[in-house]
Ligand binder design. Structure first.
Ligand code: ZN
Length: 70
């Protein structure tokens, strides 16, 4: 079964989903090619829905942190 990993773009720090067997991934935010193995891994998921839920949670958490820092 295909599993997924949530990684952080080293350039723009955006969160994105990659398949665990994928070598590289283009960042949807800044267009940089990310080497999945070398990227910072934030979470693993068994399916794409779970990965999307984690992604949503991470984005929400980041927005929350931004609000608190002001
Ligand atoms: Zn990026």
């Amino acid at each position: 079964m295909q599993s997924y990993v949530v990684i952080k773009c080293p350039k723009c720090k955006g969160f994105l989903i990659a398949e665990t067997n994928q070598k590289t991934k283009i960042c949807p935010y800044c267009g940089v090619r990310i080497t999945v193995n070398k990227a910072e891994k934030l979470a693993y998921a068994d399916n794409v829905n779970e990965a999307l839920t984690i992604l949503k949670f991470l984005k929400m958490k980041r927005a929350e942190e931004k609000r608190q820092s002001h």
